[in-house]
Design a protein around this ligand. Sequence first.
Ligand code: ZN
Length: 332
Amino acid sequence: MLVFATETSCDETSICLMENSSIVEHITFSQEIHKIHGGVVPELASRSHLEKIQIMTNELFARKNIDPNEIDVFSATCGPGLIGSLLVGSTFTKSLAISFQKPFIPINHLEGHILSTSFNNDIKFPSVVLLLTGGHTQVYLMKDECNIELLGQSVDDAIGEAFDKTAKLIGLSYPGGAEIEREAMRGDENRFIIPKPLAKEKNFNFSFSGIKTHINILTKKNKIDKKFIQDLSASFQKNITEILIEKLDRGLERLNHDNIKVKSISVVGGVSNNKFIRKNLENFFSKKNIKIYYPLKEMMGDNAAMIAWACIKNYGKINSDLFFNPKPRLSV
Ligand code: ZN
C-alpha cells in the first residue's frame, strides 16, 4: 500500500510517501519565522504552510518519479492543533484525494505520536506511552495496539512549553529545548531548588506552570549572566526530569496495584530528543526491568511519517471521510 501523508498541525510542514512499512521519502520544513516572536504565531504558521506544501509535494513526486495515480491512500493530520494550519494541510490533501479518486483518511496527531514507536520496535504489551511535546504532556496505557487509554496529562502547560517559556525568561532563543540542554551541560544542576508541583500524587497528572512563575522570580533576584543561565538551565532540566521519574514511579505503583504489569514504555514527541531526560529515564526503567522504546529520530518531532504510519496501522478501521472537519481539540 502506497500512502501519501501530510502533517501541518503546528509549525512544521511535513510530507511523507510510505510504502507498507518503509519510508519512500519524507520531507519536513521547520518554520523559522516564529523565532523572532519567541513562540508560534498561528496566522504566520498557516501562511507558511500554504506557501510550502504544494512546492514540497511537487518536488517529492518529481524526485521519486511518482505518478500520483499510483498512490493508494491520501492521509492528513486533522487535529488537534492550530486550526488554520490544520485546514491548509487537510484541505490540500483532500483535494489530491478527490483529483485522483482515492480514499482520504483523517488522522489524529496524538495517535501519530503514540503509534510512532511501533514503526521500528516490536512493542511488548501492556505498554505505557509518555508523550512529551510542545503542546502535550500525556501518559497513555496500551493494553494492546487497539486499546489506548489516557491515564493522565498536564493540567496546565505542556513540558515543551515549560522549556520554551523558561528559555525566554533567561534570554535564550526559541525553540527553547535544545538551547536549555546545551547551556545545562556546563551548569550546576544543584544550584537552584525548583518546586515539583503534583509530584507526590499517585497519578499521572502533571503541572508545569508554577515552575515558570518560580523561575520568573529567580530572574528578578539574580543577575542574568552566563553562569546564571547555565546553572538555571541545569537545575530546571534536572527538576523536570525528576518530576517525570517521580510521577512515573508513583503511577506505575498504582497500575501494579491494579494488577497491570507494564512491560514497556514508549517515550515519544519532540522532548524525547533531550539526552539528559533519556539517560535518566533509561536508568530508572532498566532497574524496573521495563523496556524503553523511542521512535526513529525523524519521527520524534512533528512529522508526516508518523501520520502515514498511523494511516497504515488504522487502514480498514477508519473510513475514508472527505467531510471530516479538522478540530483544534481532539482526543485519542
Ligand atoms: Zn506533536
